[in-house]
Design a protein around this ligand. Sequence first.
Ligand SMILES: Cc1cc2nc3c(=O)[nH]c(=O)nc-3n(C[C@H](O)[C@H](O)[C@H](O)COP(=O)(O)OP(=O)(O)OC[C@H]3O[C@@H](n4cnc5c(N)ncnc54)[C@H](O)[C@@H]3O)c2cc1C
Length: 490
Amino acid sequence: MRSPRVVVVGNGMVSHHFLERLYQAGGMAHYQVTVIGDEPHPAYDRIHLSSGFTNRADEQSSNPLALTTARTYADWGVALCCGVRVREIDRQQRCVRLADGRAIEYDHLILATGARAIVPQVPGHDLPGCYAFRTMADMEAIRQAVAHANHVVVIGGGLLGLELAGALHELGVSICVLQRGPSLMPAQLDPQAAALVKSSIEVPGFEVRTSAATSSITLRDGGGLIVHVGDCDIATDMVIFSTGVQPCDELGRGAGLKVSPRGGIAIDEHSRTSDPDIFAVGDCAAFNDVSYGLVAPGYAMARTVVSQLMGQPTAFIGGDTSTRLKLRGIEVATVGSIKQPATDCDAITLTDAANGVYKRVVVDRASRAVLGAVMVGESEGYDELLQLYRDGARIDGSPARLLLSDQYCGPSVPLCQTMSSDALICSCHAVTAGQVRNCAAAGLNDVASVATATSASTGCGSCKRLLERYLSSLGEQGADAGYHPRRVAG
Ligand SMILES: Cc1cc2nc3c(=O)[nH]c(=O)nc-3n(C[C@H](O)[C@H](O)[C@H](O)COP(=O)(O)OP(=O)(O)OC[C@H]3O[C@@H](n4cnc5c(N)ncnc54)[C@H](O)[C@@H]3O)c2cc1C
């Protein structure tokens, strides 16, 4: 009897995580697996694309961002079709039709088609010198153009736009970030935090303009571009759009699958679409009308599908959008969301203007659970806050204590005593403190060894410091140090 056929459309980060987890679960013995991706190479680390701007020539040919190779997939028994687009899903015939004329039949279809960069349709958006930034091909085109540029305008002051602007500034290019709204990173920060980020990252050669809506882009006499913003003209060599992403849901739409009003193929808690034989995972999917656009929720959806296929179903219960990054040397970290109805919660804010620190934590008034937090300028205590948020733990007493780091009130309790075995250290790969503790007990005491053994910190990378701190606290306290459930003093 032939094995059921699993066909995966898209070979991005989430598709690869799905294949890796299916392989690890022994799924290749039960399924005949095919993956089809329209980029010319197998899955790569999209999150760290900006690092490609500074790659040495030898690294450019070896592709340090690759997550896998055609050879690895062949060894796993996965048939890989690269550089070819799936044109449509034929649900009657249960097959996908490829742009090169082939049809590939499926029993289970997994849509992992990701998202594309939104380019605002202002006049001139498609002139030579204007770029979007989503793929390896985009990165390569920008890298080559930047080599001849002195000035770049980045349109979009969200997380990705600022990160991109920072990476280009490091190459010695002058930057102007244009943000249409009144403050930076509006999805993550409140106006005070955003104002502090703006004043902290601006230096000569790195300019940020808010409430700056681009009306058009035109060619400049003698070469380059002019970006028109209100009554002001900005002369530049290049424009890069970083104005958000839009789920690639057209295959689902074309096949009559249910699509969220805001875009994204609608999925249930098992990552199933409105057709029970078709799953959607990652940036192309919408759960409860939310398309996350982040890797950790996508990975969780992929693991949910593996669990269905392997007969041990688990559910996807929603994604964690917490982020932590360093913007031009400034710590910016968020937990959950601080945008909560004021009537239902208590908020505590710490402002230390002299040291450029702003922190705010929001706690549910009834359950006393952390709903969200933001930290700018200093993020000590972030790991503990994130843990409390993920555990939904009750905060006894004032949440102010959560904002006051060693800098304000002396050393805190070692991390290995405050994290339970089930507490997640790496949410991308679902690696717990217990697993890291086991690694340490087996002599794996550094981040690299634990990353190799468990994949912890190899997703978005934002847990690397937590992993480092956890391992070092185990080093100080011993791998058998006890866990002491936290009581936050009032
Ligand atoms: C510069 C940058 C920085 C980022 N930083 C972070 C970060 O710090 N943290 C974080 O969590 N997330 C970050 N993200 C977002 C993260 O990269 C995405 O959430 C993640 O890549 C989603 O994976 P995916 O597999 O769903 O989609 P993708 O990685 O986009 O892969 C989808 C693949 O499917 C292919 N495809 C689409 N349609 C078809 C078709 N019809 N036929 C065949 N193939 C098709 C696409 O070409 C693509 O190769 C960042 C993204 C960028 C661009």
